[in-house]
Design a protein around this ligand. Structure first.
Ligand code: SF4
Length: 289
């Protein structure tokens, strides 16, 4: 595969402008809005927002993010289940009660595994950090690398993962305005949407067939980081625009193997979109551009 930095830079600039409302229509109508931001919209209490984001992002994998964050908000809005976001209260209950409360608003994709991750993370936060993730950040002096090491040390589930850790930190920066040291050294969190958009923006081209492997994810992370550094852009700021481009646009490309994208008419970067095959899903990747 080869890298086209000029195409990546041009696409990144247009997508940032569109996402911040400087280009009419945004990214398929979306301007600065993510499912996690919608999930805490209108909540004033900082601790509640921090706890919701922390509890939910840990299980934000292999499932539709918008449904997950809507489910979380329904738990918060119901005063009978709001306690699931209070880690000290979770500690004083049982896994069975937690499971019952969580699944009262919809079945969890991974059932007991999700419940156990939620419960065990709450126990660690309650026992070691007064039930407050901010205490963990303060103990690490807000250094993202020390925070990641501490997550490893205490065996947190989900949060320390290569996709979820930068995603969590980015959400807290965007929603709670937390300032983390070395934030700009974090890799862009690569899920299926970021991977797809890395090909549809034209940043990475060529032929490939196989899994969305660790090597491919690292290639994507390194190329965005390098390209953005040269263009004076913080690569972490591209996470949301790329995610929306893929979810709302590129997911409709090449259905049935045709070379046209069903959403190209409203796409802010259609002129940069490479011709050819781009199929990216959790089960594999096929690229020929
Ligand atoms: S034209 Fe379609 S596939 Fe290409 S970048 Fe736009 S939405 Fe994605």
């Amino acid at each position: 595969m080869r890298v086209d930095k000029a195409a990546g830079t041009a696409a990144a600039k247009i997508l940032l402008q569109a996402y911040h409302g400087e280009i009419k229509g945004g990214i398929f109508g979306i301007i600065e809005s993510m499912p996690e931001a919608n999930a805490v919209e209108g909540i004033d209490n900082e601790q509640d927002k921090l706890n919701i984001i922390t509890a939910v992002v840990a299980i934000d994998y292999n499932r539709p993010a918008d449904l997950l964050w809507k489910w979380a908000r329904s738990l918060y809005d119901d005063t009978n289940t709001r306690w699931v976001f209070n880690f000290n209260m979770v500690k004083s209950t049982t896994r069975a009660d937690l499971s019952k409360a969580l699944q009262s608003k919809g079945k969890l994709r991974y059932g007991n595994k999700d419940v156990n991750w939620w419960y065990d993370n709450a126990l660690i936060l309650s026992n070691e950090f007064n039930g407050n993730p901010k205490s963990l950040f303060e103990r690490c002096e807000w250094d993202v690398f020390d925070i990641r090491d501490m997550l490893e040390e205490f065996y947190f589930y989900g949060l320390k993962g290569p996709k979820i850790f930068p995603l969590w930190i980015r959400m807290l920066r965007d929603i709670l305005d937390y300032e983390f040291k070395y934030f700009d050294k974090l890799p862009i969190p690569v899920d299926v949407h970021i991977a797809r958009a890395s090909f549809t923006t034209g940043l990475i081209r060529g032929q490939y067939q196989g899994k969305l492997s660790k090597n491919i994810k690292e290639l994507i992370q390194n190329q965005w980081k390098e390209m953005c550094s040269k263009a004076g852009i913080n690569h972490m700021d591209l996470d949301e625009p790329l995610w929306h481009l893929s979810k709302l646009g590129c997911s409709f490309r090449h259905k049935g193997g045709y070379t046209d994208c069903l959403r190209s008419g409203n796409c802010p970067i259609r002129e940069l979109c490479p011709k050819g095959i781009i199929r990216v899903s959790n089960s594999g990747i096929q690229i020929d551009t």
